[in-house]
Ligand binder design. Structure first.
Ligand SMILES: Cc1ncc(COP(=O)(O)O)c(C=O)c1O
Length: 429
């Protein structure tokens, strides 16, 4: 090579990881750490403020004593967990799931979805994602060279004035169809939805499913909050044999058993889809954490004995209703969740002081970042600005909203409510 060739920066990162913009989690967590109001009540990130149920914790402890549980699991997952999942989910799917061919275990739902995109997207293939989206979808689609095509969901028109059901957020089906091109391969769905709390109705799922059938697309149905629904919950894969054939359903032991750090997830679907998810997963991380797969299997085997699913749903709905009373007191409208543990609250009535000193990295972002910053500094409660889950063009749709996670201990919720009452003096009708 000629000596005049420009020197390459040996440390230049690949474009896929080189994004400069500070992500929402670090902005919120850094602000929380620096707030004068300590300790901050952190209702931002969706991790649980309490432990998994005792029978699951005990199972994890016992698993560590078993020799094979400390070694590699089969790449597609431990047979005991695949069977436990097949047994637990067969009644919901109305068919006997084959644990060897129709279930594959992954390192959390997130790596499962990365494996699905790695397994089916070629460079420049398109995947449709609804906004707001779970942020990992985007990089997971882009890593294999896929292109994300966005379709926004719309809040109820009166969302800034009155509380309404999260079910009233809508997708314009014509916009969805217009987003489909010859390069589209997948539609990514999430129900119950993060951050909206919407549970897609049967009719909506039939309409989306019809689109997938018409254009011959794969559906990736992210159902990680599948045990937390407060209205009837439909799984798109169950709506017809055609939809079963083209749907990958995603689950998460972390969400089901309050153990997001365990990183145990799974995908369920027909063999012709599952086998390529497994193939990608084998190359990404070979296999997933053995003792916690074992404990998750026992969790599924024993859940009914403890009436765990019913209790878990009742408990979360109780937290949701308890916390949302503070918005009723304050007269702030919210989107009443049909599922999951997030609530979106409309803060259009909260008037931020005009001369308030926001740091530049917050000042340049939409109003929800300012609201989040203000709440952390002045009220002592951290919440997530949802414009982060939209493209810049559509961010305006949610710039007055904030997302709160209620999967916290009751005392934390009470402290949060007490502090949030301090917002009263900034609320103008
Ligand atoms: C919609 C959605 N999908 C997937 C995940 C990731 O699940 P896991 O922790 O099992 O990777 C989350 C976590 O917040 C989520 O909100």
């Amino acid at each position: 090579m000629s000596s005049s060739a420009p020197l390459r920066d040996p440390y230049k990162p690949a474009a896929r990881v080189a994004g400069q913009r500070q992500d929402v989690w670090s902005i919120v967590n850094e602000a929380a750490a620096a707030s004068p109001m300590q300790p901050i009540v952190n209702m931002g990130q969706g991790f649980f403020g309490y432990n998994p149920p005792q029978f699951v914790i005990d199972a994890a402890k016992l698993a560590l004593d078993k020799v094979d549980c400390n070694q590699y699991s089969p790449t597609k997952g431990r047979p005991r967990l695949k069977k436990a999942i097949a047994d637990a989910y067969s009644p919901f799917f109305g068919r006997k799931l084959d644990p060897e061919k129709e279930v594959t275990i992954t390192t959390g739902a997130n790596e499962g979805m990365l494996s699905a995109f790695m397994g089916f997207l070629e460079r420049d293939d398109e995947a449709i994602v609804f906004e707001p989206f779970f942020d990992q979808y985007i990089s997971n689609i882009e890593m294999p060279g896929g292109k994300v095509v966005y379709v926004p969901m719309h809040p109820p028109p009166n969302g800034a004035f009155e509380t309404s059901s999260a079910g009233e957020w809508t997708i314009n089906m014509d916009a969805l169809e217009a987003a489909i091109t010859p390069k589209t391969r997948m539609i990514v769905l999430n129900s119950p939805h993060n951050p909206i709390g919407k549970v897609f109705s049967r009719e909506e799922l039939l309409a989306i499913g019809a689109m997938a059938t018409k254009h011959n697309l794969i559906l990736l149905s992210d159902e990680v909050y599948d045990k937390l629904y407060y209205v009837p919950f439909t799984r798109i894969a169950t709506l017809s044999d055609d939809l079963w054939q083209r749907t990958l359903t995603v689950g998460s032991g972390g969400k089901n058993f309050y153990a997001t750090g365990w990183r145990v997830g799974w995908l369920m679907g027909p063999e012709h889809l599952i086998k390529y998810v497994s193939a990608a997963h084998t190359r990404i991380c070979y296999s997933s954490v053995s003792p916690l797969q074992e404990a998750t299997a026992i969790g599924f085997e024993e859940a009914d004995k403890y009436n765990f699913w019913e209790e878990s749903k009742k408990e979360m709905k109780g937290k949701m209703d308890k916390f949302n009373k503070v918005w009723q007191e304050l007269g702030l409208p919210y989107s009443d969740p049909e599922g999951g543990y997030f609530v979106l609250v409309n803060m259009a009535k909260v008037k931020l002081p005009e001369d308030y000193d926001f740091p530049p990295h917050v000042a340049e972002r939409p109003r929800d970042f300012k609201l989040s910053w203000f709440l952390i500094k002045e009220v002592g409660v951290a919440a997530i600005p949802p414009t982060e889950f939209f493209t810049p063009e559509n961010a305006h749709i949610v710039e007055d909203w904030l997302r709160f996670a209620v999967c916290k201990n009751d005392e934390i919720l009470e402290t949060a409510m007490e502090r949030l009452r301090g917002l009263k003096k900034y609320i103008k009708e």
